[in-house]
Design a protein around this ligand. Sequence first.
Ligand code: MEV
Length: 317
Amino acid sequence: MVAISASAPGKIILFGEHAVVYGQPAIAAPLTTVQVTAAAEPGPPGSGLVIHAADLGQTVVAAQAAPDDPFFDALVHPAQLVLEHLRAPMPDLRLTVRSTIPVASGLGSGAALAAAIMRALAAALGAPLSDEALNPLVYEVEKRHHGTPSGIDNTVIVYARPVYFVRGTAPQTFSVARPFTLLVADSGQSSPTRLTVADVRRLHDADPPRLDALFARIGEIARAARRAIEAGTLDSLGPLMDENHALLRELTVSSDLLDRLCQTARDAGARGAKLSGGGRGGTIIALVDEPDAAPVTAALRQAGAVRVLSTRIQPSP
Ligand code: MEV
């Protein structure tokens, strides 16, 4: 067994969150400026699998962790799934994980943690996982976190490239005719995706025709956005983001702060803005021309964003 290191990025949803749970298409991209890394090194004989979450100062011995242990789902469950998948016994191994992805911010911290742990563990056991093999394993972890996840978060994080995603189908890549810049502003309000997904489910169950119509319009927006990205007609992307945000408000997953951050970004020169991910907290994204990135960032900070990251969506190599 050799020392190994593996990583996984964060993610942003560009278009289509929530509606994607109901079969509509969505577009997501990796956020590579934040990531989880997992380093595996051999442990002394008999030590078992020890997982050390360096940022949290937590150490868990996998064989001793109970399923109601607070770190079981995040740290131990991913490792168990890999051992079951490989039909491998508990190894004597120390895994150290570090993350720069803010937790419960809609940036995919749970899926990235699982992906990095699984990659490092499998590689240390001499059986590295392909992305195709890893993706369904991370989806299992997402189910534990989110209940009814669409699978978009694990997919974009595992493949680490922009994806056009329809639940239950293989992820599609698409071409990016002209690169564009998104600012990712963290509201600082943590909001578990599980709760907003459950609330949208309740709304849907109370009035399926109304909700299905909202989801269908969000799906059309995602399709139009893909066409615009592929054609390089970026002028239409901003208004599509604004409309997608308005529809997410109707789904009750925005908040005063998220609305304010989106409006602040538009007022400061962004071409469009929307919440990204589960909503009610977490992040917003804003489409900016490069010269506007600094003033929009400053305005977002002034309006209460705790951090603002920038990411460029590029043509695939
Ligand atoms: C969360 O990043 C995206 C949601 O659509 C949930 C999901 O797709 O599983 C809100």
